[in-house]
Design a protein around this ligand. Structure first.
Ligand code: ADP
Length: 267
């Protein structure tokens, strides 16, 4: 099965990676949705086990260009999962307090503890993306961050966190289509800002930054998955497949009781 997992050390060129699903999925959309729904049921069951087991941690990171589908992917993939076992964190422009610390400070505070699935909508990768594209710090400063990030993720991995990183890859044409849809529907205005059009002009600079991020930070302990995301149904299926496959490997188990429950009667 194609998982869209990048290989450490193998050069990644975003222009060579499709944004559409055509060459990866030949079946009908309905078949993909049915597979997604079946996997979603399994995900719900596996998450209950992970929570009950109380030992392992799963961190799932989403990065994408504006309108790339981070919110939609999170909404669909986590639908029905017990909210008590999942924490979603959306990273915004850092506060004054956050900026007064090192850039990983705010991130480390919200990584998932044992038994939890942590979801990052944007992440520490913003510190080599928007920060780089908008020249918020000099190159000598952001360049060191690939190394910091790899070591930070290694620390998480070595202390029991499984890490999945999804880059939702859309085309410039698909972004334009989604912006137009937002402009045509007042219920979607909240998702749109004029600033988005300014950022769209920076598309090539963002693609360079994403490509460097993928090349520098695809590690055995924290792989990037580049998901073709022009078709939302395929994006959801591809992400779900990776998550379920990963949870199967983590193989969480219901814990045995510490007490002798044999012969216990409830009256
Ligand atoms: P979203 O676009 O994710 O739905 P927002 O519209 O609130 O949510 O955007 C969050 C903004 O915060 C983005 O423009 C993003 O680039 C910015 N941001 C996140 N992390 C950082 C950071 N470390 N430095 C500067 N800007 C950041």
């Amino acid at each position: 099965m194609i998982t869209h997992r990048m290989e450490p050390g193998k050069p990644i060129k975003l222009t060579e990676l499709p944004t559409g699903s055509k060459e990866f999925y030949q079946g009908e959309r309905e078949t993909a949705v049915a597979e997604f729904e079946a996997l979603r049921e399994e995900f719900i069951e596996l998450q209950v086990r992970l929570y009950a087991e109380g030992r392992q941690k799963l961190l799932i990171i989403f990065q994408a260009i504006d309108a790339g589908g981070k919110d939609g992917a999170i909404r669909h993939v986590f639908k029905g999962v017990n909210p008590q076992g999942v924490s979603v964190h959306a990273f915004k422009v850092p506060s004054k307090l956050e900026l007064a610390h090192d850039y990983l400070w705010r991130v480390h505070q919200v990584v998932p503890p044992a038994s939890m699935i942590g979801v990052f909508n944007r992440s520490h990768y913003e510190d080599v993306l928007v920060v780089r594209v908008d020249n918020l710090v000099p190159e000598a400063v952001w360049r060191l961050r690939y190394h910091h990030i790899n070591e930070f993720e290694r620390l998480l991995h070595e202390t029991g966190t499984t890490i999945l990183k999804f880059f939702l890859h859309i085309s410039a044409a698909e972004q334009a289509k989604r912006f137009r849809e937002r402009l045509a529907d007042p219920s979607k205005y909240w998702k749109f800002a004029l600033e988005d059009l300014e950022k769209r002009k920076q598309w090539p600079a963002y693609m360079d930054a994403f490509e460097d991020m993928l090349n520098h930070c695809t590690t055995p302990w924290a792989p990037w998955y580049v998901i073709p995301a022009d078709q939302k149904w395929y994006r959801n299926l591809a992400v779900m497949r990776v998550i379920v496959q990963t949870l199967r490997q983590m193989n969480p188990q219901y814990p045995l009781s510490q007490e002798d429950l044999s012969g216990v009667v409830v009256v």
